[in-house]
Ligand binder design. Structure first.
Ligand SMILES: *[C@@H]1O[C@H](CO)[C@@H](O)[C@H](O)[C@H]1NC(C)=O
Ligand SMILES: *[C@@H]1O[C@H](CO)[C@@H](O)[C@H](O)[C@H]1NC(C)=O
Ligand SMILES: *[C@@H]1O[C@H](CO)[C@@H](O)[C@H](O)[C@H]1NC(C)=O
Length: 328
């Protein structure tokens, strides 16, 4: 009881002091709701206040306390619970359980992204992720207006969300060189997105088919993204698992097979752009999520049910929570 009250005291009041100006936009997080309290206990406070972890350890029911790093690496521990409609949740065993991951509701997500600039660049997978972001923060009526504009073929899209002052840009960037160009323009304008999501691969696989060339272009992306370190949060949207027999043209069925997919994946790894390979981008593993959802979650063998992109989005939002806390 005492320990709980003490922990609650620290969790509630210490971050308020620490949050200060460093967190700028994300600082609202510290003041809203149980989600942040549980996350704070799991990932935020303990590294800074070892005395609290000592206090908590003797409690028989308390979960092991984890570092932000291990929580980041458990973000993809999701289970697919039902198929129709597809639904997922985080694994209820450790380490994911102790990290207290939560699906954010509209108002928490809206607070988290308040006043932020979110830039999503890539192919149709990236467009589907942008759609998920907007579906979470806009109300359904506003979404009906957004959908046709966002899905204009091969075009960019911009929206300012009046409710929370967030800006979202989608940049149509099917090739790695288009991502480099996007990064170059960011650098030129010296205006850096708060959240940057990039990803592609399928387009190159179909139209160019030379994986090593894709890899070489990704190394440029890595160079620019590293130079462009002022975008604080960078995510790489992985390629979906392809269901070759469902692809809708003969050319796709021939070129976009499992072997090629794996070769392209290896190029992503060896380019070093991912955090796990020393780079700046945290992977949103759509390959894994789409495989988990299963082949019945895709009609055309590459675009998946919205549940897959929603999972990627909530993984991203939880990563933002963890990283905001870390940056104190
Ligand atoms: C979110 O942004 C809006 C519009 O920019 C602002 O009026 C509001 O106070 C912000 N809300 C929070 C919780 O910071
Ligand atoms: C993307 O890159 C390709 C190949 O470099 C180029 O032909 C195309 O115009 C670029 N597209 C956009 C939208 O910039
Ligand atoms: C997979 O695609 C590659 C690249 O287009 C092609 O060379 C190869 O023959 C295909 N393999 C199979 C098993 O279809």
């Amino acid at each position: 009881m005492m320990v709980g009250a003490l922990a609650a005291f620290f969790v509630l009041f210490v971050p308020m002091g620490l949050a200060g100006w460093h967190l700028s936009r994300n600082k609202v997080l510290f003041f809203s709701g149980a989600l942040f309290i549980s996350l704070a206990i799991a990932v935020h406070l303990t590294p800074y206040f070892p005395s609290i972890s000592r206090l908590l350890v003797p409690l028989p029911s308390s979960p092991p306390l984890l570092s932000p790093i291990s929580c980041l690496s458990s973000l993809h521990d999701v289970v697919w619970e039902s198929q129709d409609p597809p639904s997922w949740s985080w694994s209820r065993s450790n380490p994911a359980l102790s990290c207290g991951f939560q699906k954010l509701g509209r108002s928490d997500a809206s607070d988290l992204l308040n006043g932020s600039w979110i830039l999503v660049a890539g192919d149709s997978q990236a467009r589907l992720l942008a759609l998920s972001v907007l579906s979470l923060i806009l109300d359904p009526a506003a979404m009906d207006a957004v959908r046709p504009d966002l899905f204009k073929r091969h075009s960019d899209y911009h929206i300012s969300v009046p409710e929370n002052g967030a800006d979202l840009d989608f940049i149509w960037a099917p090739y790695a060189s288009n991502l480099t160009e996007t990064l170059r323009r960011i650098e030129m304008n010296e205006r850096y997105p708060d959240v940057l999501v990039m990803g592609n691969g399928l387009w190159h696989m179909l139209h160019v088919t030379i994986a090593s060339e894709y890899g070489a272009a990704l190394r440029d992306v890595r160079r620019w993204a590293t130079a462009n370190g002022r975008s604080r949060h960078m995510f790489w949207l992985g390629m979906p698992t392809l269901v070759t027999e469902k692809l809708n043209t003969e050319e796709k069925r021939m070129k976009m097979n499992q072997t090629t997919w794996e070769v392209y994946e290896r190029e992503v790894s060896s380019s070093g752009l991912l955090r796990s390979f020393g780079g700046p981008f945290l992977l949103l593993d759509v390959g894994l999520l789409s495989r988990g959802c299963g082949s019945q979650c895709t009609v055309d063998g590459m675009h998946y049910d919205e549940a897959v992109y929603e999972a990627a989005l909530h993984i991203m939002l939880n990563a933002l929570l963890i990283e905001s806390h870390q940056r104190i």
